[in-house]
Design a binder for this molecule. Structure first.
Ligand code: SF4
Length: 180
């Protein structure tokens, strides 16, 4: 009921010309007043916008652009502005979910079981499709049957090892937003 009545009241307030900026600024200041500030970098793309991470008792309470940064000057794009939800988001899956071919429902899998399954499928696919040489005799040692897709939210160390693993397996179809 409060929400239903609140929105029209707020809309009316804004329409009447009342500035909410000081209230918003004060709420923002209170939210991070006792927080520890740690400089960081947005993980999403190669622009690498600088951020400030605010924590209270070790928990992230806010992430925003760092105004000291020469290239983003405190701004973040909509994706970067949502980094907070990368860390604090009750909708994020926290378990491995597996849906068998043809099944309608997801099943919770133990991580070890899932990793073993992926490893077995990678080996099977690679064994069945590995190409050592092309018809013209050129040595290629590759499989065209596996594709690797990574995201920039994966950290540099992971992406580095991922590239080594993929190329070592002979996988050539590799895409990653981080473009290492
Ligand atoms: S804030 Fe946006 S532009 Fe900046 S690094 Fe993150 S995703 Fe890239």
């Amino acid at each position: 009921m409060g929400g239903a009545g609140g929105a029209p009241a707020l809309t009316g307030l804004i329409a009447s010309g009342v500035s909410l900026a000081p209230t918003v600024a004060r709420a923002q200041a209170l939210r991070i007043r006792d927080a520890k500030t740690t400089p960081s970098v947005c993980p999403y793309c190669s622009v690498g916008c600088a951020t400030l991470v605010h924590t209270v008792e070790g928990k992230i309470v806010n992430i925003e652009g760092d105004p000291r940064s020469p290239h983003n000057e405190g701004c973040l794009c909509p994706k970067g502005a949502a980094i907070f939800q990368l860390h604090v988001n009750p909708n994020r899956p926290t378990q491995v979910l597996h849906r068998a071919p043809g099944a309608a429902d997801w099943e919770v899998w133990d991580l070890e079981r899932a990793m073993n399954r992926v490893a077995a499928l990678v080996k099977k696919t690679r064994d069945e499709t590995f190409v050592e040489t092309l018809p013209n005799g050129k040595l290629v040692n590759m499989t065209p049957a596996i594709f690797s897709l990574g995201g920039a939210t994966l950290e540099i160390e992971f992406n580095h090892l991922q590239q080594k693993l993929m190329r070592g397996l002979g996988i050539v179809a590799i895409e990653n937003q981080a473009r290492i």
